[in-house]
Design a protein around this ligand. Structure first.
Ligand SMILES: Nc1ncnc2c1ncn2[C@@H]1O[C@H](COP(=O)(O)OP(=O)(O)OP(=O)(O)O)[C@@H](O)[C@H]1O
Ligand SMILES: [Mg+2]
Length: 231
């Protein structure tokens, strides 16, 4: 299958005072269209840095990253922002929903750049809220929803734009274990049903059971890659 993401010899260094930290140290990785990849690793191993590089939030010190055939590491800041808004769905640990907007409106703003017609926009947002299991909760505000429900809204917001890539940094880091498992199960289901390529970072080793491949990071390097064995 065609590769959706190509990471070629990427290094990211940070200097603090006289010390240089290689947050990501010469990583190469290809992600196939439709894959669900989980990145596991201890605190400080470079997980967030790698996601920030892939979502063009930060430029690498060395190396190149391609999403489809677009070299995102060659984009200006302005073009990178636009690229992210149009092609990458982001899910965060703390949901990042706007508190004054309803669930439906929060999903709509995720797609507003792509769909201008208000009826079509509403239709699209409703479709994705239903897909994440929130039919009937469209008019609730974030503070009227549980943590798990809020994260479902943010997954719907990220997916409704039908991105090339869904990127999630510790999406269950702020949820209890049971709710966390429900979110991993949801991501697995959405990956199967929509074919969206997903890249998610977590500390929780058992999340690996949901993904096609698990990339283990240590000190900015890939320690090993595990492929899920078919049950
Ligand atoms: N903006 C920055 N400036 C300086 N150093 C940084 C910066 N961002 C990250 N680092 C350093 O790079 C390394 C990797 O950090 P990163 O945030 O990618 O780790 P992580 O695996 O996401 O950790 P956690 O599980 O705690 O979120 C760490 O040593 C960190 O201190
Ligand atoms: Mg992190």
């Amino acid at each position: 299958m065609e590769d959706k993401v190509r990471i070629e010899n990427v290094t990211k260094e940070y200097s603090t005072g006289s010390k240089v930290v290689k947050a990501v140290n010469n990583i190469s990785l290809n992600i196939a269209e439709g894959e669900f990849i989980i990145i596991l690793g201890p605190s400080g191993s470079g997980k967030t840095t790698l996601l920030n590089l892939i979502s063009a939030l930060t430029p690498p010190t060395n190396g190149r990253i391609f999403i489809r055939d677009r070299e995102i590491t060659a984009l200006s800041d302005k073009k990178a922002t636009r690229f992210r808004a149009e092609h990458i769905g982001l899910v965060f640990q703390f949901f990042n929903l706007l508190p004054t907007l309803t669930a439906l409106e929060n999903v709509e703003i995720g797609v507003a750049l792509k769909i201008k017609n208000p009826d079509d926009l509403r239709k699209r947002a409703l479709q994705y809220l239903k897909l994440v299991g929130l039919e009937g909760m469209e008019d609730k505000f974030p503070d009227q929803l549980s943590g798990g429900e809020q994260q479902r809204v943010s997954v719907a917001r990220a997916l409704a734009m039908e991105p090339d890539l869904l990127i999630a940094d510790e999406p269950t880091g702020n949820l209890d274990a049971e709710t966390g498992e429900e979110i991993w199960e949801l991501l697995r289901e959405l990956n199967e049903r929509t074919g969206t390529t997903i890249l998610a970072v977590t500390h929780w080793a058992e999340a690996a059971t949901y993904a096609n491949r698990t990339v283990h990071l240590r000190s900015g390097k890939i320690e090993k890659i595990m492929r899920k064995v078919a049950k």
